[in-house]
Design a protein around this ligand. Structure first.
Ligand SMILES: Cc1cc2nc3c(=O)[nH]c(=O)nc-3n(C[C@H](O)[C@H](O)[C@H](O)COP(=O)(O)OP(=O)(O)OC[C@H]3O[C@@H](n4cnc5c(N)ncnc54)[C@H](O)[C@@H]3O)c2cc1C
Ligand code: FES
Ligand code: FES
Length: 1341
C-alpha cells in the first residue's frame, strides 16, 4: 500500500443527482453502491460476473476531445465506483416510475407481456433504453443485439424482443430465405382460416395504447460534468479505501510515472478481467491504477498501411471503427478487420463490449481471447510506452504464449495496436465454437491467415493460432513453417491436419475436458478456412483455381443471428361476455409495470433492518468425509464478524426428514453447509468464511454417478413399477427387438433471483418473521419451527414474489430458512442471507440426471408391441423429493403412446452429490426423451419417419393408461393433426431432404413430438387450497390465497377470477403477498396446479361473499358496488370470507400398480426445425410450432408466456445447459461463465404458438394448468438435432448402410453433435485409453 495521505472526493451523477463520495472504497462496485448506499434497488444482482445483464445501467460520458457524449450500457456488478469520476449513471429508477411517469420502454415491455417474474426486467429496460438513446429508430437486428447480454429465465425472450421492436420503423422483416411466401403472411392466413371456424385471435396487446417515444424528453447530460471534463487543470486523483488505493492519473506522463512506481498494480480499464479475477480467483491488489480519459489512448488512424487503434477504445468502439473502415476500404485490404468484426458481434454481450478495452484484451492474453488469434494471424504490432521510452513489438505467438522476452516489461503499457491492411493474395479468418452462439467464451477459437504468392496457390506465409487448446493462445508455427512453398490443395490440408495434431496436443485429462472435441475442432476450423481460401481463389481466377464443390459451400456459411418473430393464436373471448369481465382476455401481469420500473420489491430489495447481519456459508469441499475439526479462530478475529454458526447452535432438530441443516460429524456431498458466518457486511462475512478451516477425513465409498450407485445398491427409495399386458410373451412374437440406453444429464434452475432470506427474530415469545421467495411457505415454517424447537405458530413466513423458481424453491428455501433462522436465533439479530450464484448452484442442486434403459419389441410396420423400461435418477445425498420424482417418471413414462405390453420400473439412487430436487416437469422431461429416443430408433430400423412411428403408436380413442386411469385423447389427436398441417411438416421435411442432398457440411433436421402431460399429484390432500377475501368499506377488495407468485401470473389470474365472481373491475382488487399468517397450511405452488386449486378457493370465497350480498343487491339491482358494500355493512353482513377447495380426488395404489393418479391431462404437439453444422457442432433453431391444448385459457397472454418460456427452458435442458462434475463430485459449472442457459440468440427465428380449445370440466372455468407442459416440447429440438445428425451419418456411411440406433444423450451439446457427425476429421483424432487418466469431468446420469 503506498503511503498516501487523504483521499480525493469522487464525483459522479446518478439519475441527474450529484453524488459526492468523500472516501470512496476501490473495492466497492457500482451495483453495491446503488443498492446498499443509494437504496436504488431496481438494479438487480444475479451473477456478479457480468454474465447476465440483470444489473445493467447506462453510463454517459462526455469526451473533451471529441465534444461528444457517449451513452453505453454496463453491468454495474463489474464497475468499481472509483472508475465513475465524471460519469453520469442512469438506472431504471431514472428512466421512469409508476409514481411519476412510466417510460415507453417500460410500458411496452410490460404490455407486450415481456415480464414474468420481473427480475430481469430492469436490466432489459436499461438495454433497450440505452439503445434508443443512441438510435431512436433502431433496426430489429439492433434490438436483438442490444439484448444479447441479458438473460431471462422465464419468458423465452420473444415478447421482450417484440417490445423492443415496437420502436422500429419496420419491425417485421421476414428472414426466412426459403422459397415461397413470407412465413408470417402464411401464418396470418392460417390464423384467419382457423379464425372463421373457431373465432381465433392473434393480438396479445394493443399498440394503440402505447405512449410515443419522444427523445427530446430524456434528461440532459449534467453540464457540471462537461465542465469537469474540459477542465484544463485536471490532476491525479487518489481514492483511499479500507484496504486498497485507487490512483487515477490525468495525463499520460503521470500514468507512466505510476506504472513505474507500482509495476504490479493492475491497470483498470474495463475491469472485465481484473474484476472477476478478484471476485472468483481471490486475487488481491493493494493498488489500482486507472487513467481518467486520456486522449493518447483514444487515437484512431486508418491512413497508410493499416489502422492504429488506441488501447483505450472499448470493444464496442473498436467494432464501430472497423465497420467504418470496412465500408471505406477495398475488401482485399480489410480481411483482418472483417474477421475481427465478425467475432466482435458475438463476443460477450453489448455491456461487456462497451466496457472491455482493446488494450485490456490484448494485455490479458487470455487462452480463449477471440481477438488475439486474429490479431496475431493478421501480423498486428503493439505500440508500447513507458517512462523509459517507446517501442513496437509484434503481437505474435511468442507474445501470446507469454514468453518473457516477447511481452510487456515492467512499467510499460499498451498505447495502441496497429492492424495492417491485408493484401490481395492474403486471406484472414477468425473462427470459433462456443457452447452457445453469443455471449459465451469459445471452447476453441482460431485466427488463421495465409499469404499466397501473387497469382498462384503457393503458400508464402501461413499463420494458425488457436485459443482454448492450452493455457495460452497457441501458434501452430512448426506446421505452418513446414507448409511454406506448398500448394493450397487437399494434400496440403491432410498434412496440415496431421502436423497440427502432432504439434498441439491436449493431455487427456486437460482442464476443461472435451479433449477429443477440442482436437476435432482444431481440424474442422482449419478445414473451413481451407475451403474459404479455395473459394476466394476461384473467385479471383476461376480458370486457374477450381471452385469448391457446391455441396461444400455449406461449410462456409455461419449461422446468422436473426431477429425472432412469430405468431400467437388463441381463442377470442365470447362477444357476449360482459366487458368488465377480464376472464379469457390477455391481461397484463398484475405487477408488469412495477417489474419494468424496478419498483417490484424482491426480498433483497427490502430496506435494511436495524442491527441486521449478513450471512456467508462455508461448504464442504469433500463428497463423503468425516469432519475432524472446524477451526473458527481466525475467522472470528476478523473485523465485523459477530458469530460462526455450526450444528452445535441448532436448538431443535438439525436433521429433519433426512435433510441436514448444518453438517454434523460428517459431510455427504461437496457443497453441504458446514457452518455460516454472520458479520456486519457481506464482504466481511465472506472473507471470514474463507478463513474457517475444516479438516476432513475421506470416507468410502464416494458415490457420484448412477452407475456407481447401482454397483453399491445405494438407493433413496423402493422400486416403483407399472405394468400392463405380458411383456415377456410379447417380445417373443415381434419382428424385431432393440435395446438401448440414454443418459439425460441434470439441469440448474438458474432462477434469476438466487435464494434469499431475511430472518428477523422478535423479542417476544420466540417469534420469528421470515421474508423469502419460496414456492412453499408452509414448508419453511415447518423446518424453521423444527430447527428452533418452537411451535409453528411462532414462525411467520412472508412471500411477495420470487424472481423465478421452476421447482427450485419448493424444498430448498426451508433448509436455507432453517440455516438463517438458527443464525438469527444465535445472534439475536436479523439475518440477511443472499446466496451468491455460485453457492446457489452448488448447494441447491437441480433437475435429476436420469439413466434410461429400454427394450422395445416391434413389427416391421413400426407398430410397437412391447416395451420394457428401467429408469434410475441421481437423487443426490438426501431424500428431498426424489421418491416423488421417480414415481412421476414411472407414471408418465408412456407419454402419448399406447403400448399393449408395457412395463416401467424406476428407482432413485442415493449418491454423494448435492440433493437434487423438483424442477419444472418433475422428471417427465428426462424420462420421455428416452421414449422419443426409442421411437426414433424403431423408425430407423423400419425405414420410416419417426413421426410415422409416433402417430402409429399414439393413443387414438378413449383409453386407459398403463396404470388403468381412463382418459380421452381427442385433444392430443387434434394438436398432432393441427401441428402436422399448420407447420407444413411433410412439405418441409421433403425440403429438408433436398437441402441435405445439396449440403454436405450442414444438415437440416425436423421433428414433431406429441405430448400427454399429467397435471397434479396422485395424493388428494396436496390439491387443497384456501383463500381469504376482505371487502373494505370503500369497495376495495384485498385478496389473499395460499399460492405463490413466481412469475407465472398466478396473482393476475386470481384477480381475474375474483373480478368475474364479484362482478367488479380488477382495479378494485389488490393482492399483496402470500403468508402463513393469512392462509395457514397452504400446499406448494407447483405441478401446474396453482390456478386450478387456488382459483377454486378464491372462487369459493367470492361466491360466499356474493351470496351474503344477494339480499342487498336484490333490493337495489341498479345500485353500485360501493353502495351495496356500504349497505351490507350497515346490515351487519360480514364482508370477509375464507374460501376453500378440498382438492381433486386422486389416488395411486403402488401395490396394485393402478390408480386415478391425476385429475386431468394436458396434450400438445410441437414441431422444430434445426440446422446443424457438422464441422463445428453448432445448431440453429429455425422454426418451432407449438399446438397446446389449453382448454379455455383464463389468460392467453400468461398461458402463451408459460408455454414459450417453458419451451425455451426445455430447449436449454436438451441442448446448451451442461452441468459438469469432477470425478470427486465437485460441481465445476458454477456461474454464467460455465453454464449456458439460452439467450435471445438461441430461440427460434420463427416461433408460432396456438392454444387449442377443448373442455376440462374438472378445473376452474374449464381451464388447464400450463406451467410445465411446454418444457418437454423443447425436446422437439433435440429430436430435430438427432434427425439432422442421422442424415449426416447416413451420408458418410453410404445409403446402403445398415440401420443404426443412434447413441443419443441429452444435452445434445456442440460436442455431442460434432462427435456424432463422424467424418475424416473425427477419424484422425487420437483416442486416449480411459483407464490411463482421470477425466476432468464425468457424466453423472
Ligand atoms: C461476461 C464476460 C464475457 C466475456 N466474453 C468474452 C468472449 O466471448 N470472448 C473474449 O475474447 N473475451 C471475453 N471476455 C473477456 C474480455 O474480452 C476481457 O475481459 C477484456 O477484453 C479485458 O479488457 P478490460 O479493459 O476489461 O481489461 P481490465 O480488466 O481492465 O484489465 C485486464 C488486464 O490488462 C491490463 N491492461 C489493461 N489495459 C492495459 C494497457 N493499455 N496496457 C497494459 N496493460 C493493460 C491490466 O493491467 C490487467 O492486468 C468476457 C469477459 C466477461 C466479463
Ligand atoms: S449481476 Fe451483473 S451481470 Fe449478472
Ligand atoms: S421475467 Fe426474465 S427472468 Fe423472470
Amino acid at each position: 500500500m503506498p503511503s498516501l495521505s487523504g483521499s480525493d472526493e469522487l464525483i459522479f451523477f446518478v439519475n441527474g443527482k450529484k453524488v459526492v463520495v468523500k472516501k470512496p472504497d476501490p473495492e466497492v462496485t457500482l451495483l453495491f453502491y446503488l443498492r446498499r448506499e443509494l437504496h436504488l434497488t431496481g438494479t438487480k444482482f444475479a451473477c456478479g460476473e457480468g454474465g447476465c445483464g440483470a444489473c445493467t445501467v447506462m453510463v454517459s460520458r462526455y469526451s473533451a476531445s471529441s465534444k461528444q457524449i457517449r451513452h453505453y450500457p454496463v453491468t454495474a456488478c463489474l464497475v468499481p465506483i472509483c472508475s465513475l469520476h465524471g460519469a453520469a449513471v442512469t438506472t431504471v429508477e431514472g428512466v421512469g416510475s409508476i409514481r411519476t411517469r412510466v417510460h415507453p420502454v417500460q410500458e411496452r415491455l410490460a404490455k407486450c407481456h415481456g415480464t414474468q417474474c420481473g427480475f430481469c426486467s430492469p436490466g432489459m429496460v436499461m438495454s433497450i433504453y440505452t439503445l434508443l438513446r443512441n438510435h431512436p429508430d433502431p433496426t430489429p437486428e439492433q434490438v436483438t443485439e442490444a439484448l444479447g447480454g441479458n438473460l431471462c429465465r422465464c419468458t423465452g425472450y420473444r415478447p421482450i424482443v417484440e417490445s423492443g421492436k415496437t420502436f422500429c420503423a419496420n419491425p417485421t422483416v421476414c428472414q426466412v430465405k426459403r422459397p415461397g411466401r413470407c412465413c408470417l403472411e402464411q401464418e396470418e392466413e392460417e390464423a384467419g382460416s382457423v379464425h372463421t371456424r373457431e373465432k381465433m385471435c392473434t393480438k396479445l396487446y394493443d399498440k394503440d395504447e402505447f405512449q410515443p417515444l419522444d427523445p427530446s424528453q430524456e434528461p440532459i447530460f449534467p453540464p457540471e460534468l462537461i465542465r469537469m471534463a474540459e477542465d484544463p487543470n485536471k490532476r491525479r486523483l487518489t481514492f483511499q479505501g479500507e484496504r486498497t488505493t485507487w490512483l487515477a492519473p490525468a495525463t499520460l506522463p503521470d500514468l507512466l510515472e505510476l506504472r513505474a512506481e507500482f509495476p504490479q498494480a493492475p491497470l483498470i480499464m474495463g475491469n472485465t478481467t481484473v474484476g472477476p479475477d478478484i471476485k472468483f480467483k481471490g486475487e488481491f491488489h493493494p493498488v489500482f491504477v486507472s487513467p481518467l480519459e486520456l486522449p493518447e489512448l483514444c487515437v484512431l488512424n486508418s491512413e497508410g498501411d493499416g489502422v492504429t487503434v488506441g488501447s483505450g477504445h472499448s470493444l464496442a468502439q473498436l467494432s464501430d471503427a472497423l465497420q467504418s473502415i470496412v465500408s471505406q476500404q477495398p475488401s482485399e485490404r480489410t480481411e483482418t478487420c472483417r474477421a475481427l468484426l465478425n467475432h466482435l458481434r458475438t463476443l460477450a454481450g453489448v455491456q461487456i463490449r462497451s466496457m472491455a478495452t482493446l488494450g485490456g484484451h490484448v494485455a490479458t492474453r487470455a487462452t480463449v481471447s477471440d481477438l488475439n488469434p486474429i490479431l496475431a494471424a493478421g501480423k498486428t504490432t503493439i505500440h508500447l510506452v513507458s517512462k523509459e521510452g517507446e517501442r513496437q513489438i509484434p503481437l505474435d505467438g511468442a507474445f501470446l504464449e507469454g514468453s518473457p522476452r516477447a511481452g510487456l516489461r515492467p512499467g510499460e503499457i499498451v498505447l495502441s495496436v496497429f492492424i495492417p491492411y491485408s493484401s490481395q493474395w492474403q486471406f484472414v479468418s477468425g473462427l470459433r465454437q462456443a457452447q452457445r452462439q453469443e455471449n459465451a467464451m469459445a471452447i476453441v477459437n482460431a485466427g488463421m491467415s495465409v499469404r499466397l504468392e501473387d497469382g498462384s496457390s503457393t503458400i508464402r506465409d501461413l499463420q494458425v493460432f488457436y485459443g482454448g487448446i492450452g493455457p495460452t493462445v497457441l501458434s501452430a508455427s512448426r506446421t505452418c513453417g513446414q507448409l511454406v512453398g506448398r500448394q493450397w490443395d487437399d494434400q496440403m490440408l491432410g498434412e496440415a491436419c496431421r502436423g497440427i495434431l502432432d504439434e498441439l496436443r491436449l493431455p487427456p485429462g486437460a482442464k476443461g475436458g472435451q479433449v477429443e472435441f477440442r482436437h476435432t475442432l482444431m481440424l474442422s476450423l482449419l478445414f473451413k478456412f481451407y475451403l474459404r481460401v479455395q473459394r476466394a481463389l476461384s473467385k479471383l481466377d476461376p480458370q486457374k483455381f477450381p471452385d469448391i464443390p457446391e455441396e461444400y459451400t455449406s461449410a462456409l456459411e455461419e449461422f446468422p443471428i436473426g431477429t425472432p418473430q412469430g405468431t400467437q393464436i388463441f381463442r377470442c373471448v365470447d362477444p357476449h361476455q360482459p366487458p368488465q369481465d377480464p376472464v379469457g382476455h390477455p391481461v397484463m401481469h398484475q405487477a408488469g409495470l412495477k417489474h419494468a420500473t424496478g419498483e417490484a420489491a424482491f426480498v433483497d430489495d427490502l430496506p435494511l433492518v436495524s442491527q441486521e447481519l449478513f450471512l456467508a456459508v462455508v461448504t464442504s469441499t469433500r463428497a463423503h468425509a468425516k469432519i475432524i475439526s472446524i477451526d473458527t479462530g481466525e475467522a472470528l478475529a476478523l473485523p465485523g464478524v459477530v458469530a460462526v454458526i455450526t450444528a452445535e447452535d441448532v436448538p431443535g432438530e438439525n436433521n429433519h426428514q433426512g435433510e441436514i441443516f448444518y453438517a454434523q460429524r460428517e459431510v455427504v456431498c461437496v457443497g453441504q453447509i458446514v457452518c455460516t458466518v454472520a458479520a456486519d457486511t457481506y464482504a466481511h462475512a465472506r472473507e471470514a468464511a474463507q478463513k474457517v478451516k475444516v479438516e476432513y477425513e475421506d470416507i468410502e465409498p464416494r458415490i457420484i454417478t448412477i452407475e456407481q450407485a447401482l454397483e453399491h445398491s445405494s438407493f433413496l427409495s423402493p422400486e416403483r413399477k407399472i405394468e400392463q399386458g405380458n411383456v415377456e410373451q410379447a417380445f417373443k412374437h415381434v419382428d424385431q427387438v432393440i435395446e438401448g440406453e440414454v443418459h439425460v444429464e441434470g439441469q440448474e434452475h438458474f432462477y434469476m433471483e438466487t435464494q434469499t432470506i431475511l430472518a428477523v427474530p422478535r423479542a417476544e415469545d420466540k417469534e420469528m418473521v421470515l421474508h423469502l421467495g419460496t414456492q412453499f411457505p408452509t414448508h419453511v415454517q415447518e423446518f424453521v419451527a423444527t430447527a428452533l424447537n418452537v411451535p409453528r405458530n411462532r414462525i411467520a413466513c412472508h412471500m411477495r414474489r420470487a424472481g423465478g423458481a421452476f421447482g427450485g424453491k419448493v424444498t430448498k428455501p426451508a433448509l436455507l430458512g432453517a440455516v438463517a433462522a438458527v443464525a438469527a436465533k444465535k445472534t439475536g439479530r436479523p439475518i440477511r442471507f443472499v446466496l451468491e450464484r455460485g453457492d446457489d448452484m452448488l448447494i441447491t442442486a437441480g433437475r435429476h440426471p436420469l439413466l434410461g434403459r429400454y427394450k422395445v419389441g416391434f413389427m416391421k410396420s413400426g407398430l410397437i408391441k412391447a416395451v420394457d423400461l428401467e429408469f434410475y435418477i441421481n437423487g443426490g445425498c438426501t431424500p428431498d423429493e426424489s421418491q416423488l420424482v421417480i414415481e412421476y417418471v414411472v407414471l408418465k413414462s408412456e407419454n402419448a403412446y399406447y403400448i399393449p405390453n408395457f412395463r416401467c420400473r424406476g428407482r432413485a439412487c442415493k449418491t454423494n452429490l448435492p440433493s437434487n430436487t423438483a424442477f419444472r416437469g418433475f422428471g417427465f422431461p428426462q424420462a420421455t426423451v428416452v421414449v422419443e429416443a426409442y421411437m426414433t430408433a424403431v423408425a430407423s430400423h423400419c425405414d420410416l419417419l419417426p413421426e410415422e412411428v409416433r402417430e402409429m403408436n399414439m393413443y387414438k380413442r378413449p383409453s386407459q393408461t398403463a396404470y388403468r386411469q381412463r382418459f380421452d385423447p381427442e385433444p392430443l389427436r387434434r394438436c398432432w393433426k393441427d401441428c402436422l398441417e399448420h407447420s407444413s411438416f411433410h412439405a418441409r421435411k421433403r425440403a429438408a431432404e433436398d437441402f441435405n442432398r445439396q449440403s454436405r457440411w450442414k444438415k437440416r433436421g425436423l421433428a414433431m413430438i406429441p405430448m400427454k402431460y399429467t397435471i397434479g399429484v396422485p395424493v388428494a390432500y396436496y390439491h387443497q387450497a384456501a383463500a381469504l377475501v376482505h371487502i373494505y368499506l370503500d369497495g376495495s377488495v384485498l385478496l389473499t390465497h395460499g399460492g405463490c407468485e413466481l412469475g407465472q401470473g398466478l396473482h393476475t389470474k386470481m384477480m381475474q377470477v375474483a373480478s368475474r365472481e364479484l362482478g367488479i373491475p380488477t382495479s378494485y382488487i389488490h393482492l399483496s403477498e402470500t403468508s402463513t399468517v393469512t392462509v395457514p397450511n397452504a400446499v406448494f405452488t407447483a405441478g401446474s396446479m396453482g390456478t386450478d386449486i387456488n382459483g377454486k378457493a378464491v372462487q369459493n370465497a367470492c361466491q360466499t361473499l356474493m351470496a351474503r350480498l344477494q339480499p342487498v343487491i336484490r333490493r337495489n339491482p341498479k345500485g353500485k358496488w360501493e353502495e351495496w358494500i356500504k349497505k351490507a355493512f350497515e346490515e351487519s353482513i360480514s364482508l370477509s370470507a375464507t374460501g376453500y377447495f378440498r382438492g381433486f380426488q386422486t389416488n395411486m395404489d403402488w401395490d396394485k400398480e393402478r390408480g386415478d393418479a391425476f385429475p386431468y391431462y394436458v396434450y400438445g404437439a410441437a414441431c422444430a426445425e434445426v440446422d446443424v453444422d457438422c464441422l463445428s457442432g453448432a445448431h440453429k433453431l429455425l422454426r418451432a410450432d407449438i399446438f397446446m391444448d389449453a382448454a379455455f385459457s383464463i389468460n392467453p397472454a400468461v398461458d402463451i408466456g408459460q408455454i414459450e418460456g417453458a419451451f425455451v427452458q426445455g430447449m436449454g435442458l436438451y441442448t446448451t445447459e451442461e452441468l459438469k462434475y469432477s470425478p470427486k463430485g465437485k460441481l465445476r459449472s458454477q456461474g454464467t461463465n460455465d453454464y449456458k442457459i439460452p439467450t435471445v440468440t438461441e430461440i427460434p427465428e420463427e416461433f408460432h404458438v396456438t392454444l387449442v380449445h377443448s373442455r376440462n370440466p374438472v378445473a376452474i372455468y374449464s381451464s388447464k394448468g400450463l406451467g410445465e407442459a411446454g418444457m418437454f416440447l423443447g425436446s422437439s429440438v433435440i429430436s430435430a438435432i438427432w434427425d439432422a445428425v442421422a442424415a449426416a451419418r447416413k451420408e458418410r456411411k453410404g445409403a446402403e448402410s445398415v440401420p443404426e440406433t443412434l447413441a443419443v444423450r441429452s444435452p445434445a451439446t456442440p460436442e455431442w453433435i460434432r462427435m456424432a457427425c463422424v467424418d475424416q476429421f473425427t477419424d484422425m483424432i487420437p483416442r486416449d485409453d480411459p483407464s490411463t487418466f482421470t477425466p476432468w469431468s464425468i457424466c453423472v446420469s
